[in-house]
Design a protein around this ligand. Structure first.
Ligand SMILES: [Zn+2]
Length: 345
């Protein structure tokens, strides 16, 4: 081999190495990899991934123990599991978390997951995963999922209300999610509807979520039982000798049990008071009801719509507001977080 040929071969070799290095360090093609979304709840972490084609992977769920290690480890483990099952790389991560999240991805307050308060969640997961991460409030994530791909798709003015242990909302006005001056917009569970009412963990009394959260449904049932407004229910779920839970009322209502239907009616009136007030303040096109409680379905939706119509009956501005069930159920937070990651990062 001549010197010229040797030199040419060496050049080709260098070029090949350079191309390999470039492949290694150039950003992955946007059309291929996934955006992962996580929803950190009080007891579980849920995660899934979204492709650029809008396709979603299955939902993975892990129980965490309220400590930082199990929360962050779950995010890493679920991410690896998604990459293995899809054979695709995750290029960014969105995380939804209950509470106030600042612009640096630090969760400032989170009453149900106290270990995470003031923890730099975004930078910690970024360091472990070596990809960009965004952290958002969980109700905002759920609202964004419904707005972009779900029941509020195509609507510019929507309120997505999540009924869980408490009540939170994502508020969409003119197509934009509202955060307010300090990021607290949507903390609607703490609107006071009863001046000297039931005590709330926030320190106030009479907050709406004490009367209308998912947990409040069970409390209302037990109150009605104690006041003998209803009698003990004998249903397939057989809960005669224990405290009645919201889930049991939901199942009994689906079975068309008359006592459960009366409980749901009383609960729906409390829900409608808050929805009526929100309508006056925000003039939405549609109100989307989400959270575990809405798995009850039509036996819950219809009484809420009826009570809402009674409260707003004489108001022309409220007459056209649609009330719909959320599309994504317990996936909404993860889906919204993945959409945020896909759009922002
Ligand atoms: Zn409160």
């Amino acid at each position: 081999m001549s010197n010229v040929e040797q030199s040419q071969e060496s050049c080709v070799l260098h070029l090949k190495i350079l191309v390999q290095e470039l492949k290694q360090f150039s950003p992955p093609k946007k059309s291929d990899p996934l955006s992962a979304g996580f929803d950190i709840g009080g007891t579980n972490i849920r995660g899934l991934a979204l492709g650029n084609d809008g396709e979603l992977t299955e939902l993975h769920q892990r129980r965490h123990f309220g400590d930082l290690k199990s929360i962050v480890d779950s995010i890493v483990e679920i991410s690896m599991q998604i990459e293995t099952t899809t054979n695709k790389k995750i290029r960014n991560i969105g995380i939804g978390c209950a509470g106030l999240v600042d612009s640096n991805g630090v969760v400032k307050t989170s009453p149900n997951i106290q270990a995470i308060e003031n923890f730099p969640l975004r930078t910690d997961v970024e360091e472990k995963m070596q990809i960009p991460v965004v952290v958002e409030n969980d109700a905002n994530c759920a609202a964004w999922a419904e707005a972009k791909l779900g029941a509020a798709q195509g609507r510019n003015n929507a309120i997505v209300v999540s009924f869980g242990t408490g009540i939170g909302a994502g508020i969409l006005l003119n197509g934009e999610l509202q955060k307010g001056a300090s990021g607290y917009a949507g903390e609607i569970g703490h609107m006071v509807i009863e001046k000297e009412g039931l005590p709330c963990p926030c320190g106030k009394r009479g907050c709406w979520e004490q009367y209308a959260s998912g947990s409040a449904l069970g409390r209302i049932a037990n109150e009605m039982l104690n006041e003998k407004t209803i009698t003990k229910m004998k249903t397939n779920t057989d809960f005669q000798n224990t405290l009645i839970t919201s889930e049991q009322i939901g199942i009994a209502a689906q079975e068309n049990h008359p006592e459960a239907i009366r409980v749901i009616k009383a609960y729906s009136e409390q829900v409608a008071i808050g929805l009526g007030n929100l309508t006056k303040a925000l003039d939405p096109e549609v109100i989307i009801l989400g959270g575990a409680i809405t798995a009850i379905g039509e036996p819950l939706l219809q009484p809420i719509k009826k009570s809402y119509a009674e409260i707003a009956a004489s108001e022309s501005d409220s007459a056209n507001v649609e009330i719909l069930l959320a599309r994504f159920g317990n996936k909404a937070g993860s889906i919204g977080a993945a959409i945020f990651a896909n759009q922002i990062l």
